[in-house]
Design a protein around this ligand. Sequence first.
Ligand SMILES: [Zn+2]
Length: 463
Amino acid sequence: MSLRLSFYGGAGKVTGSNFLIAGDRGKILIDCGIEQGADFCEECVYEPFPYEVEKIDALVVTHAHLDHVGRIPKLVRDGFRGKIYLTPPSRDLAELILRDSVGILGEQAARRGVDPLYGEGEVDRTLSLIETLDYHIEKEVAPGLSVCLRNTGHILGSASVRVEEERGVAVALTGDIGNSPSPLLPDWEPVPDVDALVMESVYGDRLHPPHERRVELLRDTLARAIAKGGTILIPAFSLERTQLMLYELSNFFEAGDLSKIPVFLDSPLAIHVTKVYEKWGLTYFKPATENEMRRETSIFEFPFLKKTLSREESVAIEKTPGPKIIIAGAGMSHGGRIGRWEARYLPDPTTTLFIVGYQAPGTPGRRMVEGATSVHLNGTEIKIKAKVENLHGWSAHADRDELLTFAEQSLAGGRIKTIFTALGEPSAERFLAQRIHDYLGGNAIVPTFGQTWEITKESVRKI
Ligand SMILES: [Zn+2]
């Protein structure tokens, strides 16, 4: 008559999401992500899992970001044979993200002279274990444990996971909570019907600028950059951010707000991810955007957009004179095709570099945001004469006030005894927990790695 919740990743850390929930008869994992620093090949990702992998009945995945799915093939290699549950769009996205990670992990392992964490074979076996589960469908996934997924508005297909045992004790984990309202996804749903809630806190201590302003700012900054006649570089994450940029560019061009110039989407991963967005948009976007999709062939297409899949097509971008826009990964300029374009165009004063996402310490993107006059890219020191524009507000995460609203609407159910603040830097987790306590009168706890908590209908206590 209890659930035991253990924190094996994402406690005091933004990445590496991994939680174990045990009932009286069954055990399930929520997420099995990789810890992401400047490099994946940190020793910790190779360590054995701190539980008996063969005894886990099922894995439920909140969404397809690598810090939530990146160690699943290792879990399978280590003996996991249960089913993996996630939403249909998450399945398609996870396949792309995991196949892409094989190449990245392989390159990094080769540089360090170690074996890669996993290869294509483990990814194939992982995909064969997947069973898709849609939002709002109750499903018994392990003996005595049923789950229900709800939209979190973070990326396409993202879900919170509510787990209930036979006598009705329930706990939920939010995964990542979106920066609602998004132009594409429906707003997140609160989770009031549980005894304990684990919620993300990436921006637990920070605010985003208002949504309306971010679109105006993007448009006006683009107009200035186009007027200079040079190249506009947008390093963007392939999943969600790139599609948001394409959607906004399409709107600007259609409304005549910007002069029409060539736009290159120079990332094979982002091109494939955009296809998944087009495939599922009619079912998983917010109603207004679904209607837009019914009227137009694609809300991510516009004249002068060229998707450069092959290396030859990519190299040929250079022949097109400015003004032009190049969108490519990686989002923090720490690899991918954007590095080649930065090396080529950053020394040119007519270039504008658009930063539209969080830049982790130690990445080239972070140094450029901080005003460096040169940056190390692909083994060469590159002088920066370009204008660097740092545009805030395009994060896929809720900010501190929206997280508090999520907590407030969930607490309104009158059932939650404890909220655990996880998946954030320790200071952000503490800040959010304090605000939940001070503003909402809720009991909030910052969990630490390896802790197990017992949840019953009466209490939540550490064991
Ligand atoms: Zn995420």
